[in-house]
Design a protein around this ligand. Structure first.
Ligand SMILES: [Zn+2]
Length: 90
C-alpha cells in the first residue's frame, strides 16, 4: 500500500536569523482516523458525538515545526553524528 511521507531537510540559515518555522502538509488526524469525533454520552446517557480532543472535530491536522539554530564550538561538536568534520593530523 502506498504511503505519502513528509521529510524535513534541515539546512543552516542563509539570512541573519536563527529561528524559523515550517508548516507541513495537512494530514488526516490519526487519533480519530479523520472522523473528527468519538461516541460519548450526554447527561441522560444518550449517545452523542464528542469532538476529537486533538483536532477539535476537524478530522485533519497540520504540523507546525519550530527550528532554533544555535552556534556550536569545536568542543561541542565532537562525537555528534550530524557534524561533518575533517581532521588532518600532521
Ligand atoms: Zn481527531
Amino acid at each position: 500500500m502506498s504511503k505519502t511521507r513528509q521529510i524535513l531537510e534541515l539546512s543552516s540559515p542563509t539570512v541573519k536569523n536563527r529561528h524559523e518555522r515550517v508548516r507541513g502538509l495537512v494530514q488526516q488526524c490519526n487519533y480519530c482516523c479523520g472522523n473528527g469525533w468519538f461516541w460519548g454520552q450526554d447527561f441522560w446517557g444518550e449517545a452523542v458525538k464528542v469532538p476529537c480532543p486533538l483536532c477539535n472535530g476537524a478530522g485533519k491536522m497540520q504540523p507546525h515545526v519550530s527550528i532554533d539554530w544555535t552556534p556550536v564550538s569545536d568542543t561541542d561538536s565532537e562525537g555528534t553524528e550530524t557534524t561533518a568534520k575533517t581532521t588532518v593530523k600532521t
